[in-house]
Each structure stands twice: as C-alpha cells, then as structure tokens.
Design a protein around this ligand. Structure first.
Ligand code: AMP
Ligand code: ZN
Length: 468
C-alpha cells in the first residue's frame, strides 16, 4: 500500500501544528459538531462545513480513508450556548405550529440541499441526538457513579471542579469561561462553569420531546450528545474533532470534561476550529446579526454557489473572512474567470501529451501547501500559476487542474455545467431586443424557451441576468 502523506494540522489544544498520526493507521476518525436544526443554516455556518469538507478531501488526497461523523442537534440546545433559555427546537415548533420532528426534518433537508450546492461530501454518519437518548442516559449514569455529577432542582449537572484542567482548550478557566458560565441563572449550580447533563421537565407532559430516565423525566443537555455519539460511532479515539471558534469556550471544554470523566482522559487527539465568517465590521455572522442568508438565497439571487465556495476557500480556515457584496462579487469574478480558462484549456487538452517531469513539481508544491495545516489560499495561488504557466501545455494543465480539484471541489471537472452556454446568451439578447421594441409576446416566448433549457431570466436595474 502506498505511503500516506504527512498531514500537519493546527491543534487548538496545544496551539501547535501537529503531524496527524491516526490511531488506525490508514483510517482517520473525524467528528464534527453539526447543525442545530431549528432554523436555516446560514452562510456563516456553511463556511464551517465547507472548511471541514476540505479537511476531509485533503485527507483523502493523502490516501487516508476518512470515517466522518457529523451530528444533528434536534433536542437540548438552549437559546444560549450555556444552560439558559428555551430549547431551540421546542421554541421553533411552537412558533411554526409544527412537531419538533417536522421542524428538525425540514431544516435537515434544507441544510443537505445547501451542502450539495457547495459540493460538500456527505458525512459517513449523520446521527441525531434524539436517536441516542438511551446511550446518553447510560453515559450520565456512569458519570454519576464516578462522582462527577450533582443534582439541582432543575437537572443533573457536571461538576467541572472535578476536572483539573477544565477549560484548557482556551488556556484554563479564564475570564471568558467564567463569563460564559455567569450567563446561567441557575442559583443552585456549584461553579459558574458547571453545565447540565440532563434537564428536568418542569411539568412533564408539556414538552414535545422528553424522556423517562433514572434521574427524572426530562431531556439531555446539549454537550452530552457529542461525547456519546462520537464515541459510539468512532470508538475511544477520535483523531480529529472540529467545530467553529465559538465552541472553544463552552461546548468543547464541556465535551472534554465529559470524556475525561467517563474514559479517564479526553479521547480527541486534534481539536480543530475554523474562524468566523464576519460582517465588514468584523462581527460574527449570526442569526441575530442579519446572517439570515443561506446558500439557496444567494442562488436565487443569481449567485453561483461554487463561487461562494471559492470565497470560503480564499482565506485560511482559521482566519476570519469578511462576507459582503464586494467580497462575494470579487470572488465571483475570479471564479468565473477560472471556469472560462479551464474550459479553454480542456478544449485544447486533447492535442497534447502530458510530460510527467512538467507536472511533478506542481503536484509536489500543491501537496506541500495543503498538508501544511490546509493552506488552501496557497493551493489556489498554485492553481492560478498552473493556468497561466506558458511552459505547460494544455494537457498538463488540465491534468493538474482536475487533480487539484479533488481537494478544492470547485466543479472544475464539469465546467460546462457552470458556464452559461452561448446559445442561451443569444436567446436572452434576442428577448431583450424584443422587450425594447415592446414586443411582449415574442419576449415571453423567448423567456419560456430559455426556461425549457433550464435557465431563468431575471430583470434587474442594470439589465437582465441569467440564472441556471
Ligand atoms: P450551530 O447550528 O449554531 O450549532 O452552528 C453550526 C456550526 O457553525 C458550529 O460549528 C458553529 O461554530 C459554526 N458557525 C456559526 N456561526 C459561524 C460563522 N459566522 N462563521 C463560521 N462558522 C460559524
Ligand atoms: Zn459538539
């Protein structure tokens, strides 16, 4: 079997780039904290999933077999990341007049459609929290047996003072962790950082989602599901665990604490955190900060989802990335120019032979970039270099482009699907001419003809645009 590539990843825990050494040699276990399915996943969330998709692709490119688990949180995530507020799913169900199950399914479907538009490879396992209630209860019972828990009148809590290095992921217990804990209005908690493993139903029968347990009727806290589903599906070693920056403060320290309580140590080897998609002012894009746009919204507005992917890829995954009309349009321009050039290269590629000596140096530098903590901005620079290198022929260029796209996932192997064909552009021009002459009948006929070909014409102030 071919030697696997040496992949270095920045471990948030040790704050160093570390060589990935999978516990099962060729098979990497990878867990990602997935969507809370009470609302649409917005473009900020989708950056996170795109980052992890690229991590997976880099591992596959290096010959690893990746076993990827990403959960759906369909119960227990309260309106604050700590233990305060209402259950997000219950709240949405009430508001939309649907069952909790319907809510979860609706937003899962929407998320999966968005993921597909972004060329994100689906995880191997997509467990839902509500499918693991029994295992969560068992896990909590074990934590209880080992003395890590205590009861208050509203739930079973994890006693974080029992964990020597609690909060080490952000450098120990800091003002930040304390601040995060303080938000909780549970007077009976022993320490501000303690968190709920199981919450009791105030009045059983009122909630849609509640279960019998030895502790009382209730529902699981948010953090427990990840420790339980991760270990149930991946075993006692998780090579990589990913989440957004926000999870470094509460969710992941709590997962680590649960793992330590149950297994005697944390089972995650590399903790990986992506930077936020932000507004131009530097604020995290979130539901409350107008982060309501989804990939489907952008598509409806005529943007190409893969150009959004290009935007995500253009900044290193750990750094913040600004999303604005300007950054999107800039990414879109570059993306379409790549597509156009790749189309030309592909057209001529049949006329040449590939000389291995010419492509090897490019493949080496590409691999070096991606294996150095997923340096995709550099990988994109190498792609641009290949496209414009006069010393390469079209066959060599095309081979390199297709090879790189295994990691980039920008649809470069099917550019025809992304480009608007000339024939459609011509019909659109004819329709525009008919409109100017106020020949509405002809304009409508042409619009329908274009529609039958799979394209939609939208009239804007600056003129028309064609959407696939
Ligand atoms: P949630 O559905 O709120 O649990 O978030 C799903 C994932 O998206 C988590 O891993 C978050 O850390 C991540 N996330 C949330 N907002 C952003 C953002 N603006 N940029 C990047 N990732 C984000
Ligand atoms: Zn999680």
């Amino acid at each position: 079997m071919a030697a696997k590539g040496k992949v270095y990843l920045y471990n948030s825990l040790t704050r160093k780039k570390e060589l990935l050494k999978p516990s099962k040699k060729d098979r990497v276990s990878f867990y990602s904290c997935g969507p809370t399915v009470y609302w649409y996943q917005h473009i900020g969330n989708m950056r996170a999933y795109t980052v992890w998709d690229v991590v997976k692709r880099v591992l596959a490119y290096n010959g690893y077999d990746v076993n990827h688990v990403m959960n759906y949180t369909d119960v227990g995530h309260l309106t604050s990341d700590a233990d305060e507020g209402e259950d997000k799913i219950e709240k949405a169900a009430k508001k939309e007049g649907k069952t909790a199950k319907e809510i979860a399914q609706f937003y899962i479907d929407d998320f999966e459609e968005q993921s597909k538009l972004l060329n994100i490879i689906p995880p191997n396992h997509k467990p839902r929290a509500t499918q693991y209630i029994r295992q969560m209860i068992e896990f909590i019972k074990e934590l209880e047996r080992k003395g890590y828990t205590y009861k208050t009148k509203d739930g079973v809590y994890f006693d974080t003072s029992k964990i020597k290095d609690y909060g080490i992921l952000i450098g120990g217990i800091t003002a930040e962790t304390i601040e995060a804990g303080k938000r909780v209005e549970v007077g009976e908690k022993k320490h501000p950082t303690d968190f709920a493993l199981w919450k009791f139903s105030d009045k059983p029968g009122l909630r849609q989602q509640e279960w019998e347990s030895p502790f009382g009727v209730g529902w699981p806290g948010w953090h427990i599901e990840c420790s339980v589903m991760g270990s149930a599906l991946l075993g006692k070693v998780i090579d990589i665990h990913s989440g957004g920056q926000d999870h470094r403060q509460i969710h992941h320290p709590n997962e680590m604490a649960q793992n330590e309580g149950y297994f005697g140590k944390d089972i995650v080897k590399i903790w990986l955190h992506n930077g936020f998609l932000t507004t131009p002012e530097g604020d995290k894009i979130s539901k409350s900060k107008g982060g309501l746009a989804t990939i489907k919204d952008l598509k409806r507005a005529g943007h190409e989802p893969l150009a959004v992917r290009y935007l995500y890829l253009s900044t290193h995954y750990r750094k913040p990335l600004i999303f604005s009309k300007d950054t999107l349009e800039a990414a879109e321009n570059v993306y379409y120019s790549i597509i156009e050039k790749v189309r030309e290269i592909k057209e001529k590629s049949g006329e040449f032979e590939v000389r291995d000596g010419k492509i090897k140096p490019y493949m080496d530098t590409f691999r070096k970039a991606i294996n150095d903590d997923i340096n995709i901005p550099q990988a994109l620079a190498i792609l641009h270099g290949v496209i414009s290198d006069k010393k390469l022929n079209e066959a060599e260029k095309y081979q390199l482009i297709i090879d790189f796209d295994r990691v980039l996932g920008l649809g470069l192997d099917e550019v025809e699907k992304i480009i608007i064909p000339e024939s459609i552009k011509k019909l659109a021009d004819e329709r525009e001419a008919a409109r100017r002459k106020k020949n509405w009948k002809k304009a409508d006929e042409l619009r329908n003809k274009i529609k039958r070909e799979g394209y939609i014409i939208e009239d804007t102030e600056e003129g028309y645009r064609i959407i696939k």
